[in-house]
Write a protein that binds this ligand. Structure first.
Ligand code: ADP
Ligand code: ZN
Ligand code: ZN
Length: 721
């Protein structure tokens, strides 16, 4: 079982003294590997002749402080992951290898500024990237560094060359590390914003979690900014975590304007060097504010006084591969250790956080109204039972879309693919396959053409006709964005379609480009996944269509309705933000579904309350706590067999208070030729689950599998794929 290992200090006389947080090179088995010192000990349990000396010390200074080490090791323990994996995934990529840390950036670094000629030119509308550069440099008369330019605008080589060739910009050397300009001031606060800010400000010297529940556009970001200003003025550092898609150019620019020269941004679009520099700016205390995605929760911040988590319900805070952790949950732990407040913000808080607010663990702050003028759009349900569909669209929706295009408006179409697992439904009557033994839907497995229940393991052949109405049109719910975009193009040949999803935006800068073009009105029709739903304002959008809400109602994952409701509300927040009123249309086979009706009539808080009651009755999180053991192997029997051994070991340890469900094949059973299966562990109380895992996980390392079985454990799993 991987863990911590003992080594002797460097052998040579006068060698530097190792300290916790420094990386070392050591021989490990037959190989030389990079490790990190986590503690100095006087003694070892190892036999003296087996102890080997450290080969080399890689860092002159510790990379991680005592608090950072403590947080990461705590996380490794909580999530039952090898400490080495946790420690190294918290470091910038280069430092995971035996590379020396980058030297700090010297003042006087090269940069760019507008020439006198360039200052007189109004930014054009055609060359968008050039205009962006002009506008940004216009804010910094003394110039801006190349790294800063890249971190704000992405790759800018080509537009740069064009501007330089025209003589509008010129190279220069910066006087300070980052040029300073006068920060912009914000709007006058409304009373609810003032209240929220006062509540958090009163807790700046202690640990206190807040849940900031504010409808889209209610001014949450403005609240964050004021709190950040306060903390930074007092000499503290702050961390703002956002979901991957939350890092839109809009937010980046807004913060850069309010915190000139004090902001370090950490996101996946940066290259390794840029990331490491931002990381070091935070760790050295040179940057006051870190804006980052998930892994930024581990960035060292010696003067940390405030943590903000925006869109706290978002799934991208959960790492789903390797070191599986929840950045949101770790942020709570980190704030507790640092003795500082934490604000979790969302228009659609997770049921976990709502429950914490209900029990008084979190203090609730509310912004119930939009800050600007726009009213929230109406949500309508479109009954598509027995309707002919083209590309998944009903005739009514197609007509509504055409009307918008004809009047120069924009349309957004959403596919809810998150946690996608196909469920079988009858198109004539809306029947869905249920398990007779569980309160659960049967999941379609195309690999063996059967339906499976993921709770009890029941399996059935796929019916040839609908068991309810005898209809023959039985189909799987859900389709992909790519296919949809193609079909839309055929339906509306004269309309430009932009597709926004993980695949279409893989190229660096592509998401920014698509969003800017969408904002400029280049694409009357936008099609996408969750990515399109958050943080963006599309003032020209007047119609939003959600095509497969049923997948959310009847997905095999018990969180599917929560995700669907969050998506609907987030999506509704995109429409009609300016003077044009918006409307949201949900296509469904279940217009009478109680959760849909509650959501439509009473909004998210009422929906969440109903969903929480259901969870309590069903004994599901947040009223219980789960861990999911996943296995993949070359054959179904190998993966299920491995899990049966794991289950045997568990039943000898667990006692009556630990529930074991499975093994069952994973919802997506075959991936890349491997068979996946899972075993769910559930306990009433978190400490019970932790105590059980502490005994069980070491045993898992000893189970000999067949068919190249590989396993992983997911504590507090968010998706049951
Ligand atoms: P959220 O983060 O809740 O979506 P934002 O903070 O982005 O909301 O605010 C939405 C819009 O309203 C922004 O354009 C913002 O500048 C503006 N805004 C925020 N607070 C106020 C206020 N008190 N008065 C006027 N406009 C405001
Ligand atoms: Zn069942
Ligand atoms: Zn039917």
């Amino acid at each position: 079982m991987p863990g911590l290992f003992d080594y002797l200090p460097l052998a040579a006389e006068g060698s530097p003294v190792p300290q916790p947080g420094m990386r070392v090179q050591v021989s490990f088995g037959p190989r030389v590997r990079v490790g990190m010192i986590v503690a100095l000990a006087r003694e070892s349990d190892q036999e003296p002749e087996r102890l080997k000396p450290i080969l080399a010390l890689l860092d002159p200074q510790p990379l991680l402080g005592a608090d950072d080490l403590e947080l990461i090791l705590w996380a490794a323990d909580y999530y039952r992951q090898p400490p080495g994996e946790a420690l190294f995934s918290a470091l910038p990529a280069r430092l995971r290898r035996a590379e020396p840390p980058l030297a700090p950036v010297e003042p006087g670094q090269p940069g760019w500024r507008l020439t006198a000629l360039g200052r007189d030119q109004a930014p054009g509308t055609r060359a968008r990237r050039q205009a962006e550069i002009q506008r940004l440099l216009g804010d910094y008369p003394d110039g801006l560094g190349e790294a800063a330019l890249r971190s704000r605008l992405g790759e800018v080589k080509t537009p740069f060359r064009a501007l330089a060739a025209r003589g509008w910009i010129e190279p220069c050397h910066l006087l300070a590390d980052e040029p300073v300009k006068t920060p912009e001031s914000g709007p006058e606060l409304n009373p609810r914003q003032t209240e929220a800010i006062a509540a958090v400000s009163a807790a700046l010297d202690r640990f206190q979690p807040f849940l900031l529940e504010g409808v889209t556009g209610s001014g949450k970001t403005e609240v964050y900014i004021r709190l950040l200003l306060r903390v930074l003025e007092a000499g503290g550092q702050a961390l703002l975590l956002v979901p991957e898609i939350g890092l839109t150019p809009q937010l980046r620019r807004r913060l850069a304007r309010r915190f000139p020269g004090r902001l370090a941004i950490l996101h996946s679009a940066l290259n390794a060097t840029e990331r490491e520099r931002a990381w070091q700016a935070a760790a050295s205390g040179a940057a006051d504010l870190v804006l980052g995605t998930r892994s930024a929760v581990f960035v060292p911040l010696p003067r940390l006084r405030l943590i903000l988590v925006d869109e706290e319900h978002d799934l991208s805070f959960k790492q789903q591969e390797g070191f599986r952790y929840s950045a949101r949950d770790l942020a709570v732990r980190r704030a507790q250790r640092a003795g500082c407040p934490l604000v979790l913000g969302s228009a659609t808080p997770s049921l976990e956080s709502l429950r914490n607010a209900a029990t008084g663990r979190y203090q609730r702050l509310e912004l119930p109204e939009r800050a600007g003028a726009a009213a929230p759009p109406a949500i309508g349900l479109l009954d598509i039972r027995a309707q002919p569909l083209r590309g998944g669209l009903s005739a009514v929706l197609i007509r509504l879309m055409r009307e918008q295009f004809d009047t120069g408006n924009q349309v957004l179409l959403f596919l809810n693919r998150r946690g996608f697992s196909p469920v079988l439904t009858c198109h004539a009557c809306g029947w869905v396959g249920d398990c007779p033994h569980c309160d659960a839907r049967l999941t379609l497995h195309l690999a063996d053409n059967r339906l499976w229940c993921h709770h009890c393991g029941l399996t059935r052949p796929i019916p040839l006709a609908c068991p309810q109405c005898g209809g023959l049109d039985i189909r799987a719910l859900g389709q992909g964005t790519e296919r949809l975009a193609g079909e839309l193009q055929a339906l509306f040949p004269d309309i430009r379609v932009a597709r926004v999803d993980r695949d279409s935006t893989r190229r660096k800068g592509e998401l920014d480009r698509l969003l800017a073009a969408a904002l400029a009105g280049d694409y009357p029709l936008l099609v996408g996944t969750q990515m399109l739903a958050k943080g963006h304002h599309f003032p020209r959008v007047t119609l939003v269509g959600i095509l497969d809400a049923d997948n959310g109602l009847y997905g095999s994952d018990f969180r599917a309705p929560e995700r669907m409701a969050q998506l609907v509300i987030q999506v509704a927040g995109r429409a009609g933000r300016a003077e044009r009123p918006g409307r949201v249309v949900l296509q469904t086979h279940h217009p009478d579904h109680p959760l849909l009706q509650t959501l439509r009539r009473q909004g998210y808080p009422a929906f969440a309350a109903a969903a929480l009651r259901e969870r309590r009755e069903a004994g599901l999180p947040p009223f219980t706590h789960q861990a999911l053991l996943r296995v993949e192997a070359n054959a179904r029997e190998a993966s299920l067999g491995w899990l049966r051994l794991a289950r045997e070991a568990a039943s000898q340890l667990g006692g009556p208070r630990i529930g074991l469900f499975g093994p069952v094949p994973a919802p997506m059973e075959r991936r890349a030729g491997r068979y996946r299966a899972q075993l769910l562990v559930q306990a009433r109380e978190r400490p019970e689950l932790q105590a059980f895992l502490a005994l069980w996980v070491p045993q898992l390392y000893g189970i000999k599998g067949q068919g190249a079985a590989r396993w992983s454990l997911d504590v507090d799993p968010q998706e049951m794929y």
